[in-house]
Ligand binder design. Sequence first.
Ligand SMILES: [Zn+2]
Length: 334
Amino acid sequence: MKIKEQVLSAIESVDDLASIENLRVEYLGKKGKLTSILRGMGSLSADERPRIGKLANEVREAIETALSEKKKYFEEKATELKLSSQFIDITLPGKKLASGHEHPLYLVIDEMLDIFGQLGFSVVEGPEIEWVKNNFDNLNVPLEHSSRDYSDTFYFTDDILLRTQTSPVQVRAMTGNQPPIKIVSPGKVYRKDEIDATHSPMFHQLEGLIIDEGITMADLKGTLDYVAKLMYGEDTQTRFRPHQFYFTEPSAEMDASCFACHGKGCRICKGTGWIEILGCGMVHPHVLEICGIDPEKYTGFAFGMGLDRMAMLKYDINDLRLLFGNDTEFLEQF
Ligand SMILES: [Zn+2]
């Protein structure tokens, strides 16, 4: 059949994928040349019909095979072209991903939580937006105390403020539970301070609380002295100076011998040989009572430290603003 040679040579000469589709429609489509021949077979005589029918099917198969082979050829060529245009030189050095690392402040927080974790404290966090009663009233802070002033504290309403200390977490822990309680609580606190090298309206504290039967000032001193040794080394000395906090009675501030000069006196300890570490004291019986814990049965101690100052001391950073500045060149040093 002439039509077979005609198509096969046409297929041979096409040079793109679209022309192949055109040829298919031209010969094998609904109105295609071969299709109309097959349709016309009804008019053939009975003995011609099988012979012509067989031939027509052979031609059809030959055309289909030729078309699909050619199509495959073009598709492979297109893939090859695409791959060669996307050639990747695997010997080139890769793009370096800039990976972040921990902020010096959080290195200190993690270290402190690790130390308190070893001593069996659980970590408890609380909201930064607090009730006035949790931040002041239940902590025994007198109504006339200056820290309650609008000039010192960020208030939302008369009842709600940005916590000025992490102590409200202790109130929450005591109110919701009966002793034994053994927690530490790190977090952000807020006070209306002007920003300078040592002050910021937002800073970080870590507080701890132990309440149980028979807890004494000796437990307080022993525990916190041990903490100082874990922080700065076995040979670290501590001293307690009387102080006043409303939440605790008696209260003290604890100094540790300077980790840099070991007590000889240097720039970091301002020549004194001592570094102020934390405030502490025995939880005031009135506070226990307000929080629903029987002060006749239970006693406890609490302590609090400024984490930003810890980080500044540890990494010899002389300006608090550097910790909050988001200056990656500065932060990459740690
Ligand atoms: Zn020193």
